[in-house]
Ligand binder design. Structure first.
Ligand SMILES: [Zn+2]
Length: 317
């Protein structure tokens, strides 16, 4: 009898634990910047189109609804504007959302607020045309270099400008130096470099895991829980080749994919965020600074390993 009772108790506690696990499942939104593509080496529009299809296929395979942030200056390739428009449609066809990443990729550190604001409006023409014809939203702006202002006054004025034009800043909480790995990967495109490309992709996955640990620690220290996160990566050759693996890694760590608009409903995203200044850190760091809370870590560690060495040789010329 006692044994049966204790078995029942064990079963009950397992069920409760299972339920608690489901309710506490970590969530993450995927955001991809620099559409159509960022590359350290020349890239033809046809390759950019294929690269985006690879990204979209991986996202769809994992049921992830991402937001793709567009640099329209990169779409306006003479003789290939139709390809650029087709690329925007492909994102919407795949069930994704489009956002604005500014014309000319101007950041609020080197460029004036007036120039960045002009870039917001100049950078929405094709995207607005495509989204409005399909009744799709165009509501998020991802600041280039994730710079939101040199001062609090500039951040507030810029956010007011964005709100006036129907935009909210798309924050990010997880980034892991994908541009650094991507530059090395771009420079190792020769057929004979497959082995080194494999090292880069393996180290990239390891760095994602290490970085997630840091951002989860920041979330725990700041909010006492795992808030839904926002991952920032870029449209590039590296992510086209590895997004499927990245999404599997996230699932392995207990993340479920959620659209950005759902993630932003979490009250954590209503926390005041300090203006970025020059370096655009995770919003977790910006919230901590605004609250005056000291954290044990403030962002992803510097990449180590062979990729970091190759980056010094191949990407700093
Ligand atoms: Zn960018």
């Amino acid at each position: 009898m006692y044994r049966r009772f204790s078995c029942l108790l064990a079963l009950l506690s397992l069920t409760v634990a299972g339920g608690a696990l489901a309710a506490d499942a970590k969530r993450i939104a995927i955001t991809i910047d620099d559409l159509p593509a960022a590359s350290a080496t020349p890239m033809a529009p046809a390759e950019a189109g294929r690269l985006n299809q690879q990204l979209l296929t991986a996202l769809q395979r994992h049921g992830a609804k991402a937001v793709g942030f567009v640099n329209e200056d990169r779409l306006l390739v003479p003789g290939h504007v139709d390809d650029g428009v087709a690329l925007l449609h492909a994102w919407l066809d795949a069930g994704m959302e489009l956002g604005n990443h500014g014309f000319g990729h101007l950041g609020l550190w080197k460029s004036s607020r007036e120039d960045v604001e002009a870039g917001v409006l100049k950078g929405e023409v094709l995207t607005r045309w495509v989204t409005s014809r399909r009744s799709a939203p165009l509501r998020y702006y991802r600041p280039p270099f994730t710079q939101t202002g040199k001062t609090e006054a500039e951040r507030e004025a810029f956010e007011a400008f964005l709100a006036h034009h129907g935009y909210a800043v798309a924050p990010m909480t997880v980034d892991h130096d994908d541009y650094l790995f991507a530059c090395v990967y771009d420079r190792l495109q020769a057929p004979g470099e497959a082995a080194r490309r494999q090292v880069v992709t393996d180290e990239y996955d390891t760095h994602l895991r290490t970085s997630l640990q840091v951002f989860e620690t920041m979330s725990q220290e700041l909010f006492g829980r795992q808030i839904p996160q926002v991952l920032l990566i870029h449209a590039n050759r590296l992510n086209a080749a590895t997004l499927d693996r990245t999404l599997r890694t996230l699932k392995e760590r207990g993340y479920a994919f959620a659209p950005l608009d759902e993630v932003l409903l979490d009250e954590a995203y209503r926390s005041p965020a300090r203006a970025s200044g020059r370096f655009g850190p995770s919003w977790l760091a910006r919230w901590a600074r605004a609250k005056g809370v000291k954290l044990s870590v403030y962002g992803q560690p510097d990449p180590v390993g062979q990729t970091a060495q190759w980056h010094a040789q191949l990407c700093r010329q």
